[in-house]
Design a protein around this ligand. Structure first.
Ligand SMILES: NC(=O)c1ccc[n+]([C@@H]2O[C@H](COP(=O)([O-])OP(=O)(O)OC[C@H]3O[C@@H](n4cnc5c(N)ncnc54)[C@H](OP(=O)(O)O)[C@@H]3O)[C@@H](O)[C@H]2O)c1
Length: 250
């Protein structure tokens, strides 16, 4: 077993985008960051190399989190290598992929998130943290209703994932493990927003009209805060989109 004195943080889906930036920012806090990816090992290695070059500590760990056997393997490897996991960031998400079958969004955005959290819970010490990353379009799907064209199954499955995780809060509490949610408006410059801009330009223009979209750096900063600072169990951190909050308060 590697004797890592630092906090051990696993960020799922950290080979690009928000997960990669969150991994880099966690690296700057002095934690050992485990950079999970599904397919793009080289990109994940670049993220790790960047953290190490900046004086931090990181390693890659590939696993398709929608595959139960791969999740089991990942939990076993974390146990063998580090003996513990201090922070789990549930960032990996999907469903808009061209080859995704109709059940994939729920399998990934709900079932896989709960399975992973439950699998690594025995490795988490008191004071450990689980952070679920979501979008306002998903978090407020039942209040706000309207989502960009084609995004409804993803929004519903991510909200179902959040609800399923929230239903596990008593288990997290019993182990002294914190659980928080970070919900963001559309995040500027991400692949998903570029994809939505092609599919449904009006929906992105409407969000831009409500105010500048948050950046990847800003969103990742709040993910790191949610994974490190004291928070109420079940607390939601919001990033951007003040008008969404108004809608939810009605
Ligand atoms: N983009 C936005 O505007 C926005 C707004 C609010 C919230 N969010 C949330 O932020 C999170 C990250 O979004 P993003 O835009 O950065 O995503 P992204 O660019 O699509 O990146 C997805 C990442 O997840 C990985 N991944 C996909 N399926 C996976 C699987 N089955 N198992 C393991 N890893 C998997 C990918 O790995 P590979 O590269 O190896 O395939 C990649 O690293 C998501 O939870 C999303 O809902 C995004």
């Amino acid at each position: 077993m590697e004797r890592v004195q630092r906090r051990v943080v696993l960020v799922t889906g950290a080979s690009r985008g928000i997960g990669a930036e969150a991994a880099a920012q966690f690296g700057a806090t002095g934690a050992h960051v485990v950079v999970n990816y599904r397919e793009k090992r080289k990109r994940a290695q670049v993220v790790v190399d960047g953290i190490v070059a900046a004086g931090g500590s990181a390693s890659v760990l590939g696993a398709d989190v929608s595959d139960p056997a791969a999740v089991e393997g990942m939990a076993a490897e974390l146990g063998e290598r580090f003996g513990r996991l201090d922070t789990l960031v549930l960032n990996a998400s999907g469903g808009l992929e061209r080859d995704a079958d109709p059940g994939y969004a729920l399998r990934l955005n709900r079932d896989a998130q709960v399975r992973l959290a439950v699998s690594v819970l025995p490795l988490m010490p008191e004071g450990g943290r689980i952070v679920f990353v979501t979008s306002h379009q998903a978090h407020f799907v039942h209040e706000q209703g309207e989502v960009p064209a084609g995004y409804a199954p993803i929004a519903l499955s991510k909200r179902a994932g959040e609800d399923a995780l929230r239903s596990r809060i008593p288990e997290f509490r019993d182990r002294g493990v914190g659980f928080t949610v970070v919900s963001g408006d559309m995040i500027d410059g991400t692949i998903i927003v570029r994809l939505l801009e092609r599919r449904d330009p009006g929906s992105v223009a409407a969000r831009r009209a409500a105010g500048p979209l948050p950046t990847v750096e800003e969103f990742a900063r709040v993910i790191v805060r949610a994974g490190t600072e004291p928070a109420t169990l079940g607390q939601t951190f919001y990033v951007g989109g003040e008008d969404f909050l108004t809608v939810s308060a009605r």
